[in-house]
Design a protein around this ligand. Sequence first.
Ligand code: GDP
Ligand code: MG
Length: 597
Amino acid sequence: ADISLIRNFSIIAHIDHGKSTLADRLIQTTGGLTAREMSEQVLDNMDIEKERGITIKAQTVRLDYPAKDGKRYILNLMDTPGHVDFAYEVSRSLAACEGALLVVDAAQGVEAQTLANVYQSIEHDHVIVPVINKVDLPAAEPERVKKQIEDVIGLSTDNAVLTSAKSGIGIEDLLEAIVTEIPAPKGNPDAPLKCMLVDSWYDPYLGVVILVRVIDGILKKGQQITMMAAGTTHLVDRVGCFRPKIEVLDALGPGEIGFITAQIKEVAQTNVGDTITDARRPTAEALPGFKTVQPVVFCGLFPIDAADFEKLRDSLGKLRLNDASFSFETESSAALGFGFRCGFLGLLHLEIIQERLTREYDLDLITTAPSVVYEIHMRDGTIKELHNPADMPDPSSIEFMEEPWIEATIFVPDEYLGSLLKLCQDRRGIQKNLTYVGGRAQITYELPLNEVVFDFYDRLKSISRGYASFDYHQIGHREGDLVKMSIMVNAEPVDALSMIVHRGAAEARGRHMCERMKDLIPRHLFKIPIQAAIGGKVIARETIAAMRKDVTAKCYGGDASRKRKLLDKQKEGKKRMRQYGNVDIPQEAFIAALRMG
Ligand code: GDP
Ligand code: MG
C-alpha cells in the first residue's frame, strides 16, 4: 500500500461517551459491514465488556475511505480499553498510531476518565482530533464543551468535529478530518523488517493471532521471522487484516497494521511490545518495547464443590490462552481445600476473570482476600516474596517487611476534593502535589498499593459520582509496619479472610470485618463468635445470636408443594455455602466482607 494514503488512529473517550458506537458507525459508513451485521456492537465482543460498558481488549479494523481529494485511503482504527487496570493495553495501541480521536459527550462535557488517556496520547506525539459526539441530544452544548476541552486539557478545538454517532451526523466530516489532520506514518520499505507486536490472542480456528504494526520493511507469507526479545523463530503462514471480517493479504508494508499467524500454540509464547524482524536479514536495533506486565494483585480461587477442581484448572487454562497477563498455580488451604493462587493486573481484572469463570464456565467459586506482593526480609538475611497471607512466616523470624507503593494521579471536580483528600489520607497516602485546571483539581499522591487493591477505585468513583479519574504506576517497595490479621468464626481461623494489614489500620479493619461477617452469616442453632486477631491477640469481636432455623415454619397448613419448594431452595442455598467447622458461610460473604465503608 502507498504509505502516504495510510492513517492510523485510536479513539479515546470517557466511558459511555460513544466510542464504540462511533467506531461501529465508521465501519458501517466505509462499508465494512452491512446494517444487519451492525445490529450488534462490533468492537466490544465479550459479554462482560458489553454489560460493564468497558472495552478490555484492544481491537483493530481497517477501513477503505475514498476521500474528497479523489484518493482512496486506508484507515486503521484501534479501539482502546478505558480502565486503569488495562493502561498498558492503551499504551501499546497508542504506540501503533499517529493520531487519536478524542470523543467527548456534547451534553456531559469533559469528564475525568478521558484525561489520563489524552495525556498518554499527547505523550505519543499524536495529532488529536476532538470529536463532540451526541449533538443530536437536546441537552447538547457543543460550544461549551469545546471551551472546556481548551480550558481543561489545553487542546485547541479549531479542528473539532461535531457528530452524532447514533444518527450519523458529521461522520463524513470526521472521515475527512482523519485524512487531513492525522499524518501518514513514516517508514522505509527497503530497510530490514521491523514490526511491533501490538497484541496477540488465541483464535480457535487460526491459533495464535498476532497483531502487528510494520515500521520498516515488508512482512510476507512464507517469511521466517524472529521475535527479538523472545529469541524464537517462526514461519509466517498467513498475513491479513480485519475489516472487521478477516481479509487475507499478500504482504504488509511500512505503516500498515494487520495480523499474522505463524503456527504458534500459546499466547504466552508471544510478548507484547516485542520486535518482529526477518530471521535472515534482521534489523540492527529492536524497538524500545513495552514493560512486561506483572500481576500485582493476588488471590486464591477455590471451587465451592471440590469436584470442580479439574474443571477450574481447565477453565483457567482456557482463559489464559487469551490473556497472558494473569497467572495461576495450585494452592491448598486447610479450610478451602484445593484451588489456585491467581495473579491479576488489578481488582477489575480479578473481577472480570472471576465473572467469566462463573458465567462462561459455570463454576461456583470462593475468592480469598486480594493481596499485593510483599517482600519479607528475614532475620537470617534471606528475602522472601509473599503472595499469600497464609504463607506469612512467624513474625519472630522477620527482620522487617516491605510493601509496594504507587504514585497515583487523580483528577477530580472541586466539589469532591475534600472527600477525596480524606480517602487518600485514610489510606496512608502522602500528598505530593495539588493543582487546579478549570474547576478540577489534579492531585498526586503516593499510596501503599495494599490500601488501593481492596476498594479504593470503587470508593473514588462513589465519592466523586464517577467524575474522578485515577491512574497509577508503581514506585517500588517501602518498609511498613505490617501484620497478619486472622478472622476466626466459631474459634476457627478462616484462612480465606486472613490478610496483611498495616498495624495502625488493623483494629478498624478487624472491627469492620467482624461487623460485616456478623451481617453476612445467617443465624445458626448455636451462638457464633466472630473474632479478628493478630497473633494470639483478639482485637475485635462480634457474636451472632442463636436461632431456631425452621424454614417450613412459615408455611401454615398443608401446602406440600410449597413446602418442598422451600426445602429445595434451602438445599440450593446450602450448595453456595462453605462449611467452617459447623458454620455455614455464604459465598458472597467472602467478597463482601473485604469491602470497606
Ligand atoms: P463507549 O462506552 O464510549 O464505548 O460508549 P457507547 O458507544 O457504548 O455509547 C454509550 C451510550 O451512548 C449508548 O447507549 C449509545 O447508544 C449512546 N450514544 C452513542 N453515541 C450517541 C449519539 O451520538 N447520540 C446519542 N443520543 N446517543 C449516543
Ligand atoms: Mg465501548
